[in-house]
Design a protein around this ligand. Sequence first.
Ligand code: SAM
Length: 280
Amino acid sequence: MTIEQLLYETVQILENSGNNRAQQESEVILKEISGKDLSDLMAHSDEEIESEVSSSVLEIADKRAQGMPLSYALGTMDFFNWKFVTDQRALIPRPETELLTEEAIRYIRKNNLEQGKFLEIGTGSGIIAVTLKKYFPEAEVIATDISPDALELAELNASRQKADVEFIESDLVDEVPKTKFDLVIANLPYVPTSTIATVSPEIRDWEPLNALDGGISGFDIIERLLSKIGPFLNDDGIILLEVWHTHKPVIEKAVSQYFPDKEVTVLKDLTGLDRFAVIS
Ligand SMILES: C[S@@+](CC[C@H](N)C(=O)[O-])C[C@H]1O[C@@H](n2cnc3c(N)ncnc32)[C@H](O)[C@@H]1O
């Protein structure tokens, strides 16, 4: 089979499943599996492609045609400069979480905390904790999750990236050693339960909903974290959170209750929605 024939067949599989991004997604699959640039592939489109590549590409297209999210079908995704394994053990990392992580990196550099102690709560696939350890190899990074499945995936990602992160199975900070951190970062479930029913089938049918469902208000788990995290934070420590876009008032109220000496700044995501809380 030539490259051109493979691309044609992949597009057909996706189009027949009702995918309206069939061409773009087929190109992504081909590029990822062959490990070659699209321009390179297109320049040689009449050449034969290795049979292992074509069978992998078609297998992924079939999974995608059944509705599996592209990142799960591919089995990996890029976060910052690194490729992370993605599967149904954890939520697919979202682009806005890169912004949250960038905010942490900026803060660490600005405050010369390259050798500091960082704690991530609800690590999922491990992307935030592993990225922080890759940027700051001399820092101590601890990450927790309540889901043993997610932790298995996070450990796999850390070992593939040779990132020495300590993972702890814990409800929030319950199992975290009593010590102080310079930075606490969390992208905990924050979608209000009533909204979960309205998310797309691609999310609802494939991703772990307990990674998204933040309880009735969507703020339940984050508020519980804020009520418990004080003893784990250095006096000038910072908390960085990803939050639901309408939660600014409840976050401000909770910060005034649990951290009367700190201030909260709410930052927007790329779509202009309030998405991150910086408590410092
Ligand atoms: C929105 S996902 C985020 C995963 C990852 N940090 C990311 O940004 O892609 C939330 C994660 O928090 C975990 N989680 C939910 N409740 C928790 C709790 N009480 N304690 C610790 N982790 C929790 C879920 O298992 C899930 O992996």
